[in-house]
Design a protein around this ligand. Structure first.
Ligand code: C2O
Ligand code: CU
Ligand code: CU
Length: 459
């Protein structure tokens, strides 16, 4: 097998950069007053050896810079829109004030081309979060505007290595050109799949990890469509956190379904030198492999498998489940098979929440909320998926507790996105403590853009 020069450069880059990837970029010191200056702009990315891909990138990069914040510390980000269309940035999973939530019209006016906006907030929770536009999402996310946002715990955690991996399955052809990001036939089903799986922009990279030491591996599904079924054959890893929310007790990873928008933090002791591991997507293909190297740390941490490090819990208010008000949401297929006039113009409605499809939004036309909640009160949402497809249902501005499901045994856990399998019903509970108008939608971008989207108001 011959390796092209480009591939060779990329694989060497992968091994030297990957392990320190998440600590690569700190504040831009040429811009006092901001922790980061971020642009969104057209750029070229080397995804395959044959030719570059015309993409859109934060700071013209793919993967986007990993942003680092400190739990409970303010962060200021100056964002400049260098695209030819309006955009915003949403900070997925962060419980911050509505004015910073980055949803056009609902929380801020769209940022026109050439304009800038200052995002400024204090993340209350530590964990693995992410950022992406909330406008023209099929294109803007599909072309590469997706990045990791890491909020560090108040205290350093006992890992020798902390690695962030952003998963995206690019919609490119054999020449690296971006193909149609949304095809109605697929939008009405599981969503339009990509063709080129990447981890931090690399296809099946090899990560170097220090043999015998605890490693924290953060996996982020920034894909528009794909649900990854993660597992590590022949090895023991623990789930430390789901969607930025630590588990009270880490539990062994068997297989974990990570839908679009979702994250997982894994902890494991890196394999002994010479043995190799891989993180797989179902039985389909390995996503990445791990290669152990001799640790360069002076002080070796004596890793002990019986002593799995657990992460400190985040200060998420506990809902009063006994007295919570219950509200039902039914997620339904609405796909009319005969195209309507609307559909001929390229607008399709395939999905509904409580018999409503997202009507779209503009400055002077904001649809009614799906529900209005009272600030400080506890709620249980009963979520019913009556479709044949799965839906990662995401709520902005709050983290909720998944209480139960009619299809799986649930040990209650906190999250910002719950993956509903086909015909699955689940119950989630939370305290509506953050006033504002908060998006509530499926994170399969094709589904959200064809109806599976709405918002709730907390007054
Ligand atoms: Cu990743 Cu509306 O969110
Ligand atoms: Cu979000
Ligand atoms: Cu969906």
């Amino acid at each position: 097998m011959s390796i092209s020069r480009r591939q060779f450069i990329k694989s060497t880059m992968a091994s030297t950069l990957m392990s320190h990837f998440s600590f690569r970029l700190w504040a831009d010191d040429t811009s006092p007053g901001y922790d980061y200056v971020l642009t969104a702009e057209p750029t070229e990315v080397d995804l395959i050896a044959e030719a570059p891909t015309a993409a859109w990138g934060f700071n013209g990069q793919f993967p986007a810079p990993v942003l680092h914040a400190q739990q409970g510390q303010p962060i200021r980000i100056k964002f400049i829109n260098k695209l030819n269309e309006p955009t915003t940035i949403h900070w997925h999973g962060l419980r911050i004030p509505i004015a910073m939530d980055g949803v056009p019209f609902l929380s801020q006016p769209p940022i026109p081309p050439g304009d800038s906006f200052i995002y400024e907030f204090t993340p209350p929770d530590a964990g693995t979060f992410w950022y992406h536009p909330h406008m023209n999402s099929t294109e803007q996310l599909g072309r590469g505007l997706v990045g990791a946002f890491i909020v560090h715990e108040r205290q350093a955690q006992p890992f020798a290595e902390d690695i962030t991996c952003l998963l995206k399955n690019w919609h490119i052809d054999k020449k690296g050109q971006i193909k149609r990001l949304s095809i109605p036939r697929y939008a009405a089903r599981m969503g339009t799949p990509g063709r080129w799986p990447t981890i931090n922009g690399l296809h099946q990279p090899v990560l170097k990890v220090p043999a015998g030491e605890w490693v924290r591996l953060r996996l982020l599904n920034a894909d528009n469509t794909l649900t990854y079924r993660l597992h590590i054959p022949n090895a023991q890893a623990h789930i430390l956190a789901i969607d930025g929310c630590p588990l009270t007790t880490p539990r062994p990873l068997t297989e974990h379904a990570m839908g679009p928008g979702m994250r997982i933090d894994l902890g494991f002791i890196a394999p002994s030198k010479g043995s190799t591991w891989a993180v797989w997507h179902g039985e389909h293909y390995p996503l990445l492999s791990l290669e152990s190297i001799v640790s360069t740390k002076d002080q070796q941490i004596q890793a002990d498998q019986s002593n799995v490090p657990s992460l400190p819990m985040n200060p998420i208010p506990q809902p009063d489940v006994e007295n919570a008000e219950k509200i039902s949401f039914v997620f339904e297929w609405a796909g009319a098979l005969t195209p309507t006039a609307q559909q001929k113009k390229g607008k399709h409605t395939f999905w509904m929440i409580n018999k409503r499809a997202w009507e779209g939004m503009s400055a002077d036309n904001i649809p009614a909320p799906l529900a209005t909640l009272k600030r400080g009160k506890s709620y249980i949402f009963i979520l019913k998926n009556i479709t044949q497809y799965h839906h990662p249902i995401h709520l902005h501005g709050h983290s909720f507790t998944v209480l139960k499901s009619d299809k799986r045994k649930i040990i209650p856990y906190q999250t910002d996105t719950v993956l509903l399998g086909k015909n699955e019903s689940a119950q989630i509970a939370f305290v509506a403590d953050n006033p504002g108008r908060w998006m509530f939608h499926c994170h399969v971008i094709d589904h959200m853009k064809t109806g599976l989207m709405g918002y709730i108001t907390v007054t």
